[in-house]
Design a protein around this ligand. Structure first.
Ligand SMILES: [Fe+2]
Ligand SMILES: [Fe+2]
Length: 153
């Protein structure tokens, strides 16, 4: 079994602990949506799609576990390190790359490292394209426009 599948099994087990079925469902839809977008973006930019997808599967776990988005990116990076260390699926370097992407993922208005940018962009793709009738958030508009140009959409 691949390590992405192992990580997804872990994430699904964790999300199954959420009491509200609606919130649990939204969480799954978002993590899998961002995961697919991250795979595509990483592949297009010549980065590791598997690591991008793994970062995406973990990126909002702190918010889902605690029910709060307060500083969820920074706290989520610590949680991801704990999870990845426990599961022993990644090298130290890979863990650092994933945790950095999660740490920076809420800083949508600044540019960070290439893998950090993949996760931010994948998050924005899911926010903006999961339901095209929803209005795009102001802080995500420029990033979404630039993604549309990059992907010829
Ligand atoms: Fe987030
Ligand atoms: Fe997210």
């Amino acid at each position: 079994m691949g390590r992405l599948k192992d990580l997804r099994m872990y994430v699904e087990n964790e999300l199954n602990k959420m009491d509200d079925p609606g919130r649990r469902n939204s969480a799954l839809v978002h993590l899998y949506g961002v995961s697919l977008a991250a795979t595509m973006i990483a592949r297009k930019r010549g980065l590791d799609p598997e690591l991008a997808s793994m970062a995406a599967m973990l990126h909002d776990m702190n918010a889902y576990k605690t029910g709060s988005y307060e500083d969820h990116a920074h706290k989520g990076a610590d949680l991801a390190r704990e999870i990845l260390t426990g599961l022993d699926l990644t090298t130290e370097e890979e863990t650092d790359l994933i945790c950095s992407a999660i740490y920076h993922h809420d800083d949508k208005l600044v540019t960070d490292g290439p893998m950090d940018e993949v996760l931010k962009d994948a998050d924005v793709i899911h926010h903006c394209m999961n339901d095209l009738s929803k209005k795009i958030k102001e802080k995500e508009q420029a990033r979404f426009d630039s993604l549309c140009r990059e992907f010829g959409m």
